[in-house]
Write a protein that binds this ligand. Structure first.
Ligand code: FE2
Length: 343
């Protein structure tokens, strides 16, 4: 794909296909940001006159896939069916799972904006399947952004879809408990990754990398995870990706015991949890890419007004600039907070 260079002043609503740097090499605006008037004026100040954009919207996220039209709801049903079969110990063809994993690629090939994808998945009503689809989706994005090949991307998506399958064998009173788990209950929950690994053996032709990712998705690179307390390179790349996708989705989703965090709060929470629990190279790439998709999103603020994210400073990605009425507010210099992304 060759970028199309266009005049900055004509670039409103176009999507950047490369990062833009100033003359000192500082990142000004990240790839995949949709250009808006605020960004145009920011780049004008830096004497940028032409920018590289995708030649057409359909090329802004290229990914080949043969599979056609499966809606998000159908995906949830298909995943539910498939998981029920695995839980029942029936043998399942890997091809059935590949049909679901291919839909991720299809959607991105059709270039429904990624933020819309995130919203669609968030609106599904069943937590378990929704979480699995979200984890598969974020894992797909991470895999793409860190440069894995198509075969590897498929593995990580399948692992995302199946990562928590072992929870089906944990007593529902523990899984659905609203309060804090006792240490004993937590020990029971921790067995789900090993159980999932065993259960996945019934899937015909499943790849061993996928099974290991299911087994190791709660391992942490600093050795603080489970079931084995593995460290660094002992954990496969697919499990490291799942770990980030899993925690990011948990933080940004509503649960019975907590409100959802905004993506900006989620990034701060990752910092508080200790970035060194995760592969920091992958984490940086994930944050720096996903954040650009929130430019132009509508947000609810703590002063009761709806604003719009117009810019995310690359050097301070948790403090966007928002437009409220006709004023631009830098959240790094304001008491105004984003409570929720509304669209
Ligand atoms: Fe899990």
């Amino acid at each position: 794909m060759k970028p199309k260079y266009i005049n900055l002043i004509d670039s409103n609503n176009e999507i950047l296909c490369k990062d833009i740097y100033d003359w000192e090499g500082c990142l000004l605006v990240g790839k995949n940001t949709t250009i808006n008037p605020y960004i145009i004026s920011t780049l004008e100040k830096c004497k940028i006159t032409k920018i590289p954009v995708y030649p057409s919207r359909s090329e802004s996220h290229s990914w080949k896939s043969q599979n056609s039209k499966v809606t998000s709801k159908e995906n949830v049903f298909a995943l539910k069916d498939l998981m029920n079969s695995v839980v029942a110990g029936e043998s399942v063809e890997i091809e059935k799972i590949k049909v679901i994993s291919n839909t991720f690629c299809e959607r991105i090939a059709n270039n429904e904006p990624i933020i819309d994808q995130i919203r669609i998945f968030k609106s599904e009503d069943n937590d378990t399947y929704k979480h699995s689809l979200n984890v598969a989706f974020y894992s797909f994005l991470i895999a793409k952004w860190i440069g894995l090949n198509e075969n590897e991307m498929e593995k990580v998506v399948i692992a995302g879809l199946l990562h928590d399958i072992g929870k089906s064998k944990i007593p529902s009173e523990i899984i659905n408990k609203k309060g804090k788990l006792t240490p004993e209950e937590f020990e029971v929950v921790k067995t789900h990754s090993s159980i999932g690994y065993e259960m996945s053996a019934t899937i015909l032709n499943i790849n061993e990398d996928v099974r290991h990712a299911i087994l190791l998705h709660h391992e942490r690179v600093d050795g603080s995870g489970y079931p084995y307390g593995l460290k660094g390179e002992e954990i496969n790349i697919f499990a490291k990706i799942l770990a980030i996708a899993d925690v990011y989705d948990a933080l940004t989703s509503e649960r019975v015991y907590k409100n959802k965090s905004t993506p900006f709060e989620a990034i701060e929470e990752f910092h508080m949890m200790g970035l060194y629990s995760f592969d920091t190279r992958i984490l940086d790439i994930f944050f720096n890419n996903i954040i650009n998709y929130y430019v132009n999103a509508k947000v609810k603020t703590n002063i009761g007004e709806i604003g719009e994210i117009v810019f995310i400073p690359p050097n301070d990605i948790t403090k966007p600039v928002i437009r409220l009425e006709n004023a631009y507010i830098e959240l790094s210099n304001s008491d105004i907070k984003i409570l929720e992304i509304v669209s």
